[in-house]
Design a protein around this ligand. Structure first.
Ligand SMILES: [Zn+2]
Length: 275
């Protein structure tokens, strides 16, 4: 088995993570943060490793995992920005179009979708490649096993990564650790998400890998059950609360130490309760 090394970069906005895999001379980056300013710091972090960055993998089409791609495409012109499936690329384009419409990209004009009216935007179609393999390899042969045949959960299409030599599972946004998860999704996706977490618990029971979540600090396989319980608490809360304010209060009381109540939890509650 070929060995790789992992460096973790903890983003500030949304408590989102980027993961850098390296061997002696090559590197693969997973996800690229929520804003360009942090992406510039991430680029310095990657350059400090002194390896050739060959790939930037975006795990799914939520802004906190890809807005930094514009900066990184300039800083690392030889690195391919890749996704596992056409559907992930479509999610990215759709999400940026949605964000532009509600003003969430006003601070990131270069990441608005490029159109004839907006030639200074980002060419998502041209800049993002679709992998024709479920494996990404470092030059020494160490592999990242990619999986994306999942039902809609936190996002319509998610990617997970398993590294055999590190015995590490990168759950993407199937897991958040002490960060409120994004639950502005339909109830069926919540059911799918919980079922998938059960499957992970079973699948990884004997391997017992380190689990690296999309948001928050690394954990072990107990994180799957923890996230599942959170979703159950959220479902119970929105069913029982009369107002958004009441739901917010209950969730914050259940999870006082969790980060991102003011953005991730707030949007989840607002999506679930009509007012
Ligand atoms: Zn995320």
């Amino acid at each position: 088995m070929k060995n790789s090394e992992l460096s973790v970069y903890n983003g500030v906005e949304a408590n989102v993570n980027s993961y850098l895999f390296t061997d002696d001379n090559s590197a693969i980056l997973v996800d690229c943060l929520r804003n360009s300013e942090e992406a510039r710091r991430l680029a310095s972090f990657v350059k400090a490793e002194g390896k050739d960055l060959t790939h930037i993998l975006i795990t799914h089409g939520h802004a906190d995992h890809y807005i930094g791609a514009g900066v990184l495409s300039v800083e690392f012109p030889d690195a391919a920005i890749v996704v596992t499936r056409r559907e992930v690329k479509d999610d990215i384009i759709n999400f940026s179009t949605f964000m532009e419409g509600i003003g969430w990209l006003d601070n990131e004009p270069a990441m608005k979708p490029q159109t004839t009216e907006n030639p200074g935007g980002f060419d998502y179609e041209g800049n993002i490649e679709i992998l024709d393999s479920t494996v990404l390899s470092l030059r020494n042969g160490a592999t990242l096993e990619l999986e994306s045949a999942y039902d809609s959960a936190e996002c319509e299409h998610l990617t997970t990564i398993y590294s055999e030599d590190l015995n590490a599972f990168f759950s993407g946004d199937f897991c958040y650790n002490r960060v409120h998860p994004w639950l502005a999704i339909d109830r069926k996706s919540m059911v799918n998400w919980k079922r998938q977490l059960d499957e992970f618990s079973k699948r990884f029971e004997s391997l017992n890998p380190q689990v690296y979540p999309g948001h928050g600090q690394p954990s072990d396989i107990s994180l799957f059950a923890e996230v599942k319980k959170y979703i159950e608490h959220f479902e119970g809360t929105i069913d029982g609360a009369a107002t958004r304010a009441e739901a917010m209060e209950r969730m914050k009381a259940l999870y006082p130490q969790y980060a991102q109540a003011d953005f991730l939890l707030l949007n989840s509650v607002n999506a679930a309760i009509e007012e």
